[in-house]
Design a protein around this ligand. Structure first.
Ligand code: OFO
Length: 166
């Protein structure tokens, strides 16, 4: 059985993952309508992955005798200034998510819930990968600068990134 505090923290994390999915979906839609089809493909995939992160939590909470709540979500932005703005926003967002995951892990330790602590380690590793990927993308964008040919190749390369296997 989950302690009330853990259940609450996991439900908050369900909302965070669902909002991440919506956020990346909004970015994907913006990219698709700005001729950046490779970027859009990457972001649609990323949005799906966030939904999978949410579902994994929903199932865990219910399996452990809690009740996963399906939350109302805030409206993601409709417009983005540029592709750089998208990936900087994504990196900032993931940094915030990492801090939230760390808080959940901390609560698990305080409550001595080692099962949930163990489950949360998957998210800890996932955040390391997501932040590293977002930083790598930002570094590439900085190198490209205003070079349109570079941006064309960047967009094509992003379309080649395969979705993550669970
Ligand atoms: Fe769920 O990893 Fe990003 O937010």
């Amino acid at each position: 059985m989950l302690a009330e505090r853990i259940e609450k923290a996991l439900n908050a994390q369900i909302k965070t993952e669902a909002e991440s999915s919506q956020f990346y979906l909004a970015m994907a839609s913006w990219a698709e309508t700005h001729g950046l089809n490779g970027t859009a493909k990457f972001l649609y995939q990323h949005s799906d992955e966030e939904r999978m992160h949410m579902l994994k939590l929903v199932k865990f909470v219910n399996e452990r005798g809690g009740h996963a709540e399906v939350p109302a979500l805030s409206q993601p932005p409709k417009d983005f200034e540029s592709i750089n703005n998208i990936f900087q926003t994504l990196l900032d967002h993931e940094t915030k998510v990492t801090a939230e995951i760390n808080k959940v892990v901390d609560i698990c330790l305080q409550e001595k819930d080692y099962t949930t602590h163990n489950f949360m380690q998957w998210y800890v590793s996932e955040q390391i990968e997501e932040e590293a990927l977002a930083r790598e993308i930002m570094d590439k964008l900085k190198l490209i600068g205003a070079d349109k040919g570079g941006l064309y190749l960047f967009d094509r390369d992003l379309s080649l990134i395969q979705p993550e296997a669970e």
